[in-house]
Design a protein around this ligand. Structure first.
Ligand SMILES: C[S@@+](CC[C@H](N)C(=O)[O-])C[C@H]1O[C@@H](n2cnc3c(N)ncnc32)[C@H](O)[C@@H]1O
Length: 319
């Protein structure tokens, strides 16, 4: 699913909620890992296990799957699959794997964002369409909720996250409207405040709360910092010839992946105004996707949430 965002028009199959989560670009993921086996592959965003199942179906005993998710509810999806499930944040990949004595990997998969199940469960508070508490935590034991951000953060901080992480052009109006409406308790209350705060023309271009919810979700889960650390850890743990595959659903995620892979491929990523290279780029990766891979029209027709997906992949080169 294009798990980061709610589709404007859910497909029939999405509405019927047939699956916990429908994996995106699954055939492409299988083909990217085919040459690296046999060996250990980490599914760092296990979710409903859709990608893991596809890899097990394709490779059987040739792959040992390690499944990681920061949402402990996903553990139930791993039962009976014959995988090692680790509840945790992929930014702690090295520590999590060290705990089970795994040091070298043939592959790591990241499929960022939230699962359909998380998005479609009102009590998790991710959806602007379904009434639920302002929660948005992927890990329900984490201390920060969206309610804390919405009801206690200074207006300047709300403006900043709406601008930077929502890419919301009406950040200031929305942030001031939120502060004026405090306390807010539910997702749909918040969605209404946002809808009332934006110009009428905006209401005709998709749901006006989409970008606000994206920003709050990123802030609640510290998602972008986790992606940077997770990619660093994964690249570090790959054996020569091993591959890292990452699926993003919005430009902020994709930019981090693109930049990290380019840096790994030895491309200098310093800002042009820097007189000398400070990023220390060295070639530890070979980029396998000069352009991001996107889902076919058929896949998008079957799963509207795949619409914004962009896959990038790279292979570790010998040191
Ligand atoms: C898009 S879903 C993955 C779906 C999965 N590929 C499938 O086919 O079922 C993303 C999952 O990653 C998890 N997740 C997001 N950020 C994470 C992080 N930093 N560490 C561990 N899990 C994370 C979410 O809890 C969610 O279950």
């Amino acid at each position: 699913m294009g798990q980061n965002q709610e589709p404007e028009e859910p497909t029939k199959e999405d509405r019927h909620g047939r699956d916990y989560h429908r994996p995106v670009l699954a055939a492409e993921v299988v083909e990217l890992f085919r040459p690296v086996l046999p060996g250990v592959v980490v599914d760092a965003t296990f979710g409903g296990g859709g990608h893991t199942r596809r890899l097990l179906d394709a490779f059987g005993d040739r792959v040992r799957m390690i499944a990681i998710d920061r949402d402990p509810d996903t553990a139930a999806q791993a039962e009976g699959l014959g995988v090692t499930f680790l509840a945790g944040d992929f930014r702690d990949l090295a520590r999590l794997l060290d705990g089970i004595g795994v040091t070298g990997l043939r592959g790591v998969l990241f499929d960022f964002g939230v699962s359909s199940h998380q998005l479609d469960t009102p009590s998790r508070g991710f959806s602007y369409r379904k009434t639920g508490p302002l929660d948005m935590r992927m890990d329900p034991s984490a201390p920060l909720t969206a309610a804390t951000i919405v009801n206690t953060w200074p207006v300047e901080d709300l403006i900043r996250i709406l601008r930077e992480w929502g890419e919301e052009p009406h950040a200031e109006r929305i942030a001031r409207a939120i502060v004026a409406a405090r306390p807010l308790h539910t997702t749909t209350e918040l969605a209404e405040v946002v809808a009332d705060a934006v110009p009428a023309v905006r209401r005709r271009r998709g749901h006006p709360a989409r970008k606000t919810f994206q920003a709050l979700r990123i802030a609640t889960n510290d998602e972008l910092a986790a992606i940077s650390s997770g990619l660093d850890a994964a690249i570090d743990l790959l054996e020569p010839g091993g591959r890292c595959v990452a699926i993003s659903y919005h430009s902020l995620e994709d930019r981090i992946v693109k930049q990290r892979l380019r840096e790994g491929a030895g491309e200098c990523v310093c800002p042009p105004e820097l007189p000398v290279c400070g990023c220390g780029a060295r070639a530890e990766l070979r980029i396998l996707t000069p352009k991001p891979v996107t889902p076919s029209a058929d896949e998008i027709a079957a799963n509207a949430r795949a619409r914004s997906a962009r896959l990038r992949a790279a292979e570790k080169v010998a040191a």
